[in-house]
Design a protein around this ligand. Structure first.
Ligand code: SAM
Length: 281
């Protein structure tokens, strides 16, 4: 594989299991002039493991804007640069946004080298609807701001995905149960790809009890995947949904929504977007 001079490679690294690095990621990390890393000591261990001797430089939240300028200058001079973060895909709740934006604005080629990301690993194994989802990253640490953010998301029909830290997992699940309702289903994905990987689904109320009962389940790294708002919240009750689904099998979305409105009395302007959503199921 030849490395393209003047290109910025955005390289995903494992989120735990080193076997998840791709063959292409190793080749790129070996072939570039320099690797910009969130934490050079942390990434140094990964590079050492794979016998990669490429020099590194630090690019983290506190120096990103300034360092990005000098990296773009190096790209423009024809060097190839790789960007990595401590784990998973750079820019996903990790540094790199300013560098990628500046590189693209300067007309440099930006090449993704995809791989692990905790959010997709969790979603793919959660068993919750994955056709549409919202990634919210970390919820605010302060109680009021956290509740306000959850209020905003309460009626969203899409699956919600959050990152969470061990010292806040219980408080976050409690806040979700309080705002979204204890009956809402969710999955906690802990320590993905690592020895103590646990993927546990229940209602939010059930998850809260489960966490309270076992301190081991409060350790490590977490992704929380939460079911979207039940359809009733959007004004379409179970009976209207049943009728709509029957009619959708026989006619167009527009006709099915109009006829369901006549049969059930539910407003057509609520039924039509809902019918569009479920017609692909
Ligand atoms: N860039 C990373 C990615 O692509 O997933 C995420 C970086 S963010 C700073 C770190 C957070 O990701 C952790 O606090 C946790 O919420 C989640 N995470 C990372 N690795 C994980 C793992 N192995 N299992 C569960 N969650 C993980």
């Amino acid at each position: 594989m030849s490395i393209i001079s003047g290109a910025l490679y955005v390289v995903a690294t494992p989120i735990g299991n080193l076997g998840d690095i791709s063959a292409r990621a190793i080749e790129v990390l070996r072939g570039v002039t320099v690797i910009a890393a969130e934490d050079t000591r942390h990434s140094g261990k990964l590079l050492h493991h794979f016998g990669i001797k490429t020099p590194t430089l630090a690019l983290h939240d506190h120096n990103e804007r300034a360092v990005s300028e000098s990296i773009v200058a190096r790209l423009q001079a024809g060097e190839a640069v790789a960007l990595v973060s401590d784990a998973g895909t750079p820019l996903i709740s990790d540094p790199g946004f300013h560098l990628v934006a500046q590189a693209r604005a300067a007309g440099c080629q930006v090449i993704p080298v995809p791989g692990a990301s905790a959010l997709l690993a969790a979603l793919s194994a959660s068993g919750l609807p994955s056709d549409r989802f919202v990634f919210e990253g970390f919820l605010p640490a302060k109680e009021g701001a956290r509740a306000a953010k959850l209020e905003q998301l309460r009626d969203d029909p899409r699956t919600l995905v959050f990152y969470e830290a061990p010292h806040r997992i219980e408080a976050s699940i409690a806040a979700m149960a309080a705002v979204l309702g204890g009956a809402r289903r969710a999955v906690i994905a802990r320590e993905l790809t690592k020895t103590f990987e646990t993927i546990h689904g229940d209602t939010l109320a059930g998850l809260l009890q489960w966490l309270a009962a076992d301190a081991n389940q409060r350790k490590g790294e977490f992704v929380v995947v939460v079911s979207g708002a039940p359809t009733e919240v959007r004004g379409v009750d179970g009976e209207a949904e049943r009728v709509l689904r029957l009619l959708l099998a026989e006619m167009s979305v527009k006709q099915a929504a109009a006829l369901t409105a006549k049969i059930t009395g539910v407003k057509k302007n609520l039924l039509y977007p809902f019918a569009l959503d479920i017609s692909g199921d």
